[in-house]
Write a new protein. Sequence first.
Length: 241
Amino acid sequence: MPKVFLKLVLIGDVFLFHTIVELEEVDSTNEFALRMNLSDGSVVVAKRQTDGRGRKGRGWISPVGGLYFSLVLHVGTDNNVSPLPLVFGVAIQEALSRYCHGLSLKWPNDILHEGKKVCGILCELNEGLLIAGVGINVNNAIELEGAISMCSICGHVDEHKLLSEILQSIEHFYQEFAQNGFTRIREEWKKRSRMLGKEVVVEGGPIRGKVEDIDERGCLVVVTAEGTKKILAGDVSIRFI
Ligand code: BTN
């Protein structure tokens, strides 16, 4: 059993994310959020994870110095929430860019610096409950090829301050999404990505072609030799060719 410490914190002017559960160590903040049946707007943050989960069944190595948290959102079953992973990507890229320059989005919501991954987001939706887990390499040493920490790009970053800024940014973009839909955020996503016009392979398809757009549902639009294909953010990975 992981050692668990609970601490409830209220962040001044943030109202969507009203309660933060801080853990010294946990298996996975996503798993913990699921187990604890937390209320809408809760955030679970841990200093380290022993069994962090990534997309496509991969793990997420989570030593002290990184930022690992999960947002709990009761989105219901009627809403069209398929663009939400991209909304979170834009919001987090915005907050991280106050510290580090040159961060871009890779569909659906990886944040990269010169092709190396700084942040990954794992959204798990089950019966109207959305758990959005975010892993950011902040001050942790990295041994993985293809990954980089913010501290190697722009120096030491205060993890608590960063979390607070990210939550405020997500709050801002989430409200924009709730009120006006994906239209404006979709344009923001495109501005912050370097994928448009690039040749890619969609593994699991396999689909090979040029990225033309992101559509109103958050699908990646790829022009292939067989015609235009739309890919929904799911268990696929994209490779540049
Ligand atoms: C990816 O594979 O790119 C997504 C990685 C998501 C990792 C985060 S860390 C906090 C949260 N808890 C987990 O177990 N996974 C997510």
